[in-house]
Design a protein around this ligand. Sequence first.
Ligand code: NAD
Ligand code: 6OD
Length: 486
Amino acid sequence: MTAGSVRNFVDGEFVETEQTWTKINPVDGSPLADVHEADAALVDRAVRAARAALDGAWGASTVAQRTALLRKVADRIEERFEEFVRAESADTGKPLAQARELDVARAVANFRSFADTVAAAGQPSFMTDLANGRQALNYAVRKPLGVVAVIVPWNLPLLLLTWKVAPALACGNAVVVKPSEETPTTATLLAEVLDEVGLPAGVYNVVHGFGPDSAGQFLTEHPGIDGVTFTGSSATGAGIMRAVAPRVRPVSFELGGKNAAIVFADAHRDDALAGLTRSVFANTGQVCLCTERVYVQRPIFDDIAAGLVERARSLHLGRPDDAATTTGPLISQEHREKVLSYYRLAEESGAKTLVGGGVPALADGLAGGSWIEPTLWTGLTNSDRVLREEIFGPCAALVPFDTEDEAIALANDTDYGLAASVWTTDLSRGHRVAQRMNVGMAWVNTWFLRDLRSPFGGVGLSGIGREGGEHSLDFYTEPTNVCVAL
Ligand code: NAD
Ligand code: 6OD
């Protein structure tokens, strides 16, 4: 018996189903909530409800009406801020302070930012010469893409959900959301908020479940969806491409990463160490943008390694409501097994483990949680699997380099291409190296934060397309060009 239950939200109603699973608290392994799994019939109802909403009043809504609604959503999340914080922290085990400062704060910002973007968006028009000597005026009208399937992971659940739902609704789409089975709660809480501010029934639907033979597969194979926006692993993304291929539906994919940091000898030591600590260990390493490969110029290699070890040791693993906690558990025992398998592999590959490498001994009833030690290695090279495959845990390998060209070659030697960071006080070099990174996003002397209107996404195994500001509008709308002979 658990403390709560998490329901689906379809056509404006919260829906229970007979089939449930138990969401486990990653902090101590206790049962947290029963989640109602959507079957194929409920997913079908959700897609049909979304279509009906588009055919009804929502389809005729104006930009002004929709942006006003998005701003109300942001206000209402702020009013219920602590509820969202507690729910997000309970599902993930992350510190309450992080959920406040990052996850829920960004959900609010996502709704406001996309309201601003859509309100400001205009379409250029072009004059063109026709063959008969006349001229024509061309203009394009943006129409909603239609019924959008939104599939998101567990690491930053509300942040990533709202990053997609806000622009989708701003552009006039209807959505069917499939949150991760590990973090179902805030998607349903958001349904309450959207209902409270008057979003018409059917515009936002939530179906809970897993991937294969469950809600994820039912949704992506449904003939009624017009596109899929997905954040998750590259392998799942490949499967979703296959699912939509027969109906040639567009996809927007934010996938995995194996991100590099390059630290030059002239880097500001404390800034670089603080930035690396965040980029390796934030959210217990469970951020697609996290650094798992740290290339350090040889003269400062030992010093940076020692500084990073010291900072890893000072991380405080603990309960989410303890103000001293910097680092929560991994999302689940299953994910911990995966990360630990890389910890073992690193040692088998000849790595020297500078810090961590295993499971911490925690008291205070935490032994049943999915805790893991922050870990750093040296002695590995780019040919080791530990430097080639995404681990998605609080760990990184440090590798020395001599020249700028060598650092660039090492950083770009990967099948992924999401993000990179460059640490140097030579700004010309910062620009030069950042531009040569084969990634969607490169930072110089910082990491993670960016203007929400800038393009977010990756190349190679890291994804397809960009979202953010007008880049999101390009996915969530279809332009129709009108050419009028004058
Ligand atoms: P995942 O791919 O296992 O699952 C993501 C979502 O897809 C979940 O909701 C899951 O239920 C669903 N899913 C799984 N199989 C499916 C299928 N066959 N059909 C439809 N849906 C299916 O990823 P995860 O373990 O939840 O998250 C971790 C991964 O996500 C990492 O690889 C990480 O890099 C990536 N990620 C990327 C970004 C980014 O912006 N690039 C952001 C966050 C996470
Ligand atoms: O900050 C964002 O908008 C974003 N999409 C972050 C993704 C983080 C991945 O885990």
